[in-house]
Design a protein around this ligand. Structure first.
Ligand code: CS2
Length: 504
């Protein structure tokens, strides 16, 4: 993903590197683009070309290109770091998808990314690409914080430094909303139909959220532009699912061994993949169904299901697991009590969901627990623990709010929230430093420092951070459940607290 440390790959001198020219030197069993890449034209601009996009949407597009959808190649943009471009350009944007399970690894070369753009260095190039009539979809994986919104309310944060900047520099923006509005303004002026905006981030109602933010940002520039976006631009919501840990040096080495050549930035993932998309594409779309995408009229229930079952238990395992000394999700899952606790998070979320008839939440939960246990994926608890201030509302807090409304206990989720609280103090149970990555890490740490390691003071102080907790932070049942759980964590530690946990 973007923003994480990346050691610039120095392909070993004289060693063959993955590229168009070297494709036919790959071992015969390795799948590669089943189409002529020079026939492919771009139709999609993707903002946030991190590992997740390359292991998910880009694979779907690769399948479609092989079926003849030659107008739907991808131009991938990084909104921050040049790492992906630097790694991919020397290899003609080809990269390896390594699909791992207990049964072994399957390697496949993906060819759907045609070009990469580093936005900060070339804002005009990116805007021009997005404004080009050939671009019919602009998709996004910019992570939760990339929306520059207040996570609890889902409104544009007008004080966000990137938003302030982008209003002053509309033609050289930094943020995703800034680029989208700059390109849409061009299209409106030129009389070009707008592209469809396809959010692929883990937000509740991601299309609606994207629409609200983009329209609010546009309104700060021009009322008329905002109205045009409101009326003319489609923002279908999507639910995306595939576990994609950050690529490590060890991954690069094992991929190189399988390929017999270097790939500077392969992506590693699990066999499971799912993409559910609302079918609203006025400017056209590829035949997604032909590549296994599910098209629905309303994705909201599926998004809630995924966020409250998969991502909620993932975050719970991340904070409590990290504190208990588990480096990966799979390691935490080898502890029967942690696995049972993760299942309990899912079970408690279930009554808050309204699913279409025939949805089997129990079977879904079982499959999630199996995926978390995949021994071949090295998915670090630390990675998932990132950006908790942006993730908690839709993963854990919304379900707690619903349960309170329904008169149900919230102690299961409260333990996960307490785990997050202890985590953001930036001190682990042995007194060592935790490298907390979060846009408001400094603020959270300052609150923790002034409260001290005392549950009665720390829990209420953090619950007052309204961008995360909103009014839920003031609920007395919330206060008492979270304070109690945090007291338990201070008393016996995370491992023991999970051992002893029994839902009421
Ligand atoms: C994870 C997700 O990092 C995280 O916060 O919970 O990236 C998760 O792996 C994906 O949503 C799975 O589809």
């Amino acid at each position: 993903s973007e923003g994480t440390k990346f050691v610039h790959p120095n392909p070993i001198e004289g060693r063959l590197r993955l590229s168009n020219a070297s494709l036919d030197r790959l071992p015969g069993q390795i799948r590669r683009p089943a189409y002529n890449r020079s026939d492919i034209r771009p139709g999609i601009v993707h903002l946030g070309i991190g590992a997740f996009h390359r292991a998910h949407q880009a694979v779907v597009i690769d399948d479609l290109l092989a079926q003849g959808a030659s107008g739907w190649g991808i131009v991938g943009a990084s909104l921050r770091s040049p790492d992906t471009r630097d790694a991919l350009i020397p290899q003609d944007c080809l990269y390896t998808l390594a699909v791992r399970s207990g049964a072994g690894t399957e390697h496949r070369i993906i060819g759907s990314v045609l070009e990469t753009i580093v936005a900060p260095a070339n804002p005009a190039v990116l805007i021009a690409r997005m404004a080009d009539p050939a671009t019919r979809i602009v998709s996004l994986t910019v992570t939760e914080k990339g929306y520059c919104h207040t996570p609890q309310a889902g409104e544009l944060d007008e004080q966000h430094p990137d938003i302030v900047h982008d209003l002053q520099h509309p033609d050289a923006p930094r943020s995703a909303p800034g680029f989208i509005v700059a390109a849409l303004a061009r299209r409106q002026a030129a009389g070009t139909v707008p592209f469809t905006i396809l959010s692929c981030d883990n937000l509740a109602a991601n299309g609606h959220t994207a629409k609200r933010i983009v329209t609010q940002f546009a309104a700060l520039r021009s009322r008329e532009l905002a109205r045009w976006i409101e009326d003319e631009v489609a923002f279908p919501s999507t639910m995306v699912d595939r576990i994609v840990p950050e690529t490590t040096e060890a991954d690069r080495a094992s991929v190189a061994a399988a390929l017999g050549m270097t790939d500077a930035w392969p992506v590693v993932t699990e066999p499971f993949t799912q993409w559910i998309v609302e079918d609203r594409f006025p400017a056209g779309r590829p035949d997604f169904v032909a590549a296994g995408v599910q098209l629905v009229s309303d994705v909201t229930p599926f998004e809630h299901m995924k966020l409250r079952l998969l991502n909620a238990s993932h975050s719970a395992l991340a904070y409590l697991g990290y504190l208990a000394g588990f480096e990966t999700i799979a390691a935490a899952m080898t502890d029967a009590r942690f696995a049972a606790y993760a299942r309990q998070v899912m079970e408690d979320a279930a009554p808050t969901l309204e699913m279409p008839a025939g949805t089997d939440l129990a079977a879904y939960s079982v499959s999630l627990l199996q995926r978390f246990s995949n021994p071949a994926l090295h998915h670090r608890t630390w990675q998932i623990a990132m950006d908790g201030s942006q993730k908690l509302p839709q993963r854990l807090l919304a379900a707690m709010q619903d349960r309170l409304r329904m008169g149900l206990p919230i102690d299961t989720h409260a333990l996960a929230v307490a785990g997050w609280m202890r985590y953001v103090t930036a001190r682990d149970e042995a007194g060592g430093a935790i490298d907390v990555r979060d846009p408001i890490a400094a603020k959270l740490k300052a609150i923790a420092d002034s409260a001290g390691p005392v549950a009665d003071r720390l829990a209420p102080a953090l619950l007052e951070v309204s961008s995360i907790f909103g009014t839920l932070g003031g609920d007395t049942r919330m206060r008492s459940a979270v304070t109690q759980a945090l007291a338990k964590l201070y008393e016996v530690g995370a491992r023991q607290a999970v051992q002893e946990f029994r839902p009421v």
